[in-house]
Design a protein around this ligand. Structure first.
Ligand code: ADP
Ligand code: X2W
Length: 318
């Protein structure tokens, strides 16, 4: 996906640029020192130019004082590699049926190619990113979820200390969701599920799912039904009524898991929209769906703020 990069600076005066930077100050102060888990995967990850820009945005967030943890997927890359080796692709309930041959490919693609490419895209800005396999230091430990799914894991624990030690040393952990098995082998973990567990374990302030749609729709066939915010309870009710399907189910379940563990907010945003992360984190205007514990908690935290102007102008100019 291509998009214009330079129109923005051309259409803005120096004074406006200074104002934009100044208005970001309260947001930067608010987020300093906070851990934010960012799940990046799926269709939002396939375009290399866009991927480089998302990694640059994460570098910016790190430089302004946040502590990002990236948890990445790579389902499409796994599918390509499997078709290259003539291994069939099969999913059940949103999870890849993972026999031993598939597990080897998952390890190579997630722990190798995809992880290294994301780390490299960050490290062009300085040596900030550390690639972490979920199997390193028991970062993610799992056991069999369901014999029908083969080597798909159910997470039993996360080594938050290891991830925090990486962040304490000012690095950004970039986690591939290959788990260490309690049985000594490896397990394949859905990256949405892993992000929710990791956010809970590191007591993240927020968990953000970058995907290929603008957020959660009340009715996916109606593009006017995007939900800007909803509570944990409303999310549970939507799931129970069967109103969401496909990849949105593990995302919502992970949002619920993270919120119940004390994560302040879960966000679902469009990773194919340029700078959606910056808009979501540095403005009140928001660009996707926010899930929060209660409406009261949401209202208390969401004040009208001059920076909403920053959001509007940033959106206009990209
Ligand atoms: N109610 C809904 N709102 C938004 N997306 C939905 C909904 N129900 C199903 N979906 C599907 O969920 C998909 C996102 O999940 P997924 O494809 O797994 O994303 P990713 O690959 O980014 O993890 C959307 O592209 C959409 O097809
Ligand atoms: C068990 C399971 O389904 N694992 C996923 C892991 C990668 C992933 O989740 O990638 P996306 O976020 O890009 O979809 C898989 O094999 O595709």
């Amino acid at each position: 996906m291509k998009y214009a990069r330079d129109s923005r600076s051309a259409s803005r005066s120096d004074e406006e640029t200074a104002q934009l930077l100044f208005e970001a100050l309260p947001w930067i102060k608010n987020l300093t020192g906070k851990t934010v888990v960012i799940k990046y995967g799926g269709a939002a990850m396939v375009d290399s130019e866009l991927r480089a820009d998302v990694m640059s945005d994460i570098v910016l967030l790190k430089i302004i004082g946040m502590k990002p943890v990236i948890v990445h997927g790579g389902g499409k890359d796994i599918n390509e590699a499997l078709s290259h080796y003539d291994i069939p692709v099969e999913f059940k309930h949103g999870q890849r049926v993972t026999d031993d041959a598939t597990m080897e490919i998952v390890r190579e693609v997630l722990g190798g190619k995809v992880n290294q490419e994301l780390v490299a895209a960050i490290n062009v800005h300085g040596n900030l990113a550390v690639g972490v396999s979920g199997a390193d230091a028991g970062t993610i430990v799992a056991r069999e979820l369901d014999p029908e799914l083969g080597r798909v894991g159910k997470i039993v624990r996360v080594n938050a200390d290891y991830l925090e030690s990486i962040m304490d040393n000012e690095y950004i952990p970039v986690v591939a969701t290959v788990a260490q098995g309690e049985d000594g082998g490896f397990f394949n973990i859905n990256a949405d599920v892993a992000a929710g567990h990791i956010a809970a374990a590191v007591h993240a302030h927020k968990v953000i799912f970058l995907t290929d749609v603008d957020g959660l729709y009340e009715d996916f066939s109606d593009k006017d039904s995007l939900i800007s915010n909803l509570t944990l309870e409303e999310t549970e009710q939507m799931l129970a009524r069967g109103e969401v399907d496909k990849g949105m189910i593990p995302k919502l379940e992970s949002c619920i898991h993270a919120l119940k563990a004390g994560v302040f907010r879960s966000h679902i945003i469009n990773g194919t929209t340029p700078h959606s992360l910056l808009l979501e984190l540095l403005t009140d205007a928001g660009v996707g769906t926010v899930i929060h514990s209660t409406h009261a908690a949401y209202e208390q935290d969401t004040h009208p703020h001059p920076l909403t102007q920053f959001a509007a102008r940033l959106s206009e100019n990209i």
